[in-house]
Design a protein around this ligand. Structure first.
Ligand SMILES: [Zn+2]
Length: 461
């Protein structure tokens, strides 16, 4: 950005130039180049990372009844949007809500429309480029059919073959990388096998190879539910973490959403491999998945960042809300309050933690000269941030509304005076309205078919 910016909080100025991408200087007073921005009564922070989401779930937020992940997923896929226009609109919606809750980056574990996989990716890429958020598009892939994700217990199960071969899936991802992976322009493609519950070792191996060949980050769900913990034992005879470690999937470019049902040995493996845990507390509560042992991760030196997860298990994309709940939730899991997460630590996890998990800590995640200017400026005179106390404490522990004043991504301003400058949000609202309808009686066929089986294998009868 071509602007001198002074923060009333610490009377420092930040100056960015060189066509605007990076922070050029930080000092109490700076020569103004271009437009000066008045930072009085403003709080400037590095942009946060919405480090795990599924944008098209926006179309089903609020409608799925209280169900555990495996049954919730069955319902989600029964009604997944199949048209590209909806993919486009929900990507924009996810981006807007992320920007307005402190985020400048989104990891979209993108659900692909069968038969239109590359088009789905192209559509999300187009939406994120238009709005100008930094995007990590992570096409969600698997090579086993849905029922394979539920442990078989005593029963013998035959699962239908998945409709697309492992090889075809890997070729698809490689093509997406060729077409869209431009990290310097704020658009990255990740390899993102959904998780051990629906992926073969061949798919993981293929993803590792692509990741090594193109220097791509890796992103997966990991041990979100008790069912997955049980399934890993059935599938591998060891924990999922041990298995993923053995095949070489873990590492400092690997981020893992949820990580709820891990043993102390598993935690040591995550620390040793420098893998990142993405904490999605609202989704974990909503689906009854459990509470991730975040304080144990922090004590073991495992990097942790925050995500909203998809909007139908949250049911929003309010990153500040996820950060708040994801921080104070652990005060009830550890009696020793000296381990609890402080608001400043929450800020660091949401920013630098997110950057580390995407292998970009040298370029993003803090207000440091030379780093990319991904910045969020909060208005400390917003009603929700008054009266004047500790602005960071109130931002994290309070309920900030309409508090984001300006946002810059890669030095380009995408929110000014509390309004998105790159797209027309009123038009987006109208489109979301037009492409949906009120519906309070929806029923899922697949849930009806699966429920008795799920209850049997999970000892709920
Ligand atoms: Zn997820």
């Amino acid at each position: 950005m071509s602007a001198g910016l002074s923060s009333g909080q610490d009377a420092e100025g930040i100056l960015g130039h060189r066509a605007g991408e990076a922070i050029a200087a930080i000092a109490p007073s700076l020569e103004v180049i271009g437009t000066a921005i008045n930072g009085e009564n403003k709080l400037l922070l590095p942009g946060f990372f919405n480090a795990h989401s599924h944008s098209s779930e926006m179309w089903q937020r609020g409608i799925i009844p209280p169900l555990p992940l495996e049954l919730w997923l069955a319902q989600l896929y029964d009604f997944a949007p199949l048209d590209l226009e909806k993919v486009y609109l929900s990507a924009l919606g996810t981006a807007v809500e992320t920007l307005f809750s402190g985020g400048t980056s989104v990891v979209d574990h993108l659900i692909l429309i069968p038969g239109k996989e590359l088009e789905t990716i192209a559509t999300a890429v187009r939406a994120y480029k238009e709005i100008g958020i930094r995007a990590f598009v992570s096409p969600l892939i698997q090579d086993e059919s849905m029922t394979a994700g539920i442990p078989s217990g005593e029963t013998k199960q035959n699962h239908e073959a998945y409709f697309r071969s492992t090889q075809a899936t890997l070729e698809l991802i490689e093509e997406a990388v060729r077409q869209f992976h431009r990290p310097d322009e704020g658009m990255s493609i990740l390899v993102a096998p959904t998780g051990i519950q629906l992926c073969s070792d061949a798919l993981f191996q293929g993803c590792i190879e692509l990741s090594d060949k193109y220097n791509l980050c890796r992103h997966s769900h990991l041990l979100e539910t008790k069912a997955q913990e049980k399934l890993a034992q059935e599938k591998y005879g060891c924990s999922a973490v041990e298995h993923l470690g053995r095949i070489g999937y873990l590492g400092d470019r690997t981020s893992l959403a949820h990580c709820i049902h891990l043993t102390d040995t598993d935690i040591a493996i995550l620390a040793e491999t420098k893998s990142t845990v993405v904490h999605n507390p609202l989704s974990n509560l909503r689906l009854g998945s459990g509470i991730a042992p975040i304080l144990k991760y922090r004590q073991a030196g495992v990097n942790v960042s925050f995500g909203c997860d998809g909007a139908s298990s949250n049911d929003s994309q309010d990153l500040l809300e996820a950060i708040k709940i994801g921080s104070i939730l652990h005060n009830i899991t550890d009696f020793d309050y000296q381990h609890w997460i402080t608001p400043r630590q929450s800020v660091e996890m949401a920013s630098l933690g997110g950057a580390k998990g995407l292998n970009m800590a040298d370029k993003l995640g803090s207000l440091t000269v030379g780093k990319k200017a991904d910045l969020v400026m909060y208005d400390l005179t917003s009603l929700s941030l008054l009266p004047r106390t500790d602005p960071i404490g109130l931002l994290i522990l309070g309920r900030p509304t309409n508090a984001v004043e300006s946002v810059w991504v890669n030095g380009k301003q995408v929110v000014a005076n509390g309004k998105v400058t790159t797209i027309n949000v009123d038009d987006l609202r109208q489109q979301l309205y037009d492409h949906s309808q009120w519906d309070t009686k929806r029923k899922s066929q697949t849930v009806a078919q699966l429920e008795a089986y799920y209850r049997t294998v999970m000892d709920l009868l």
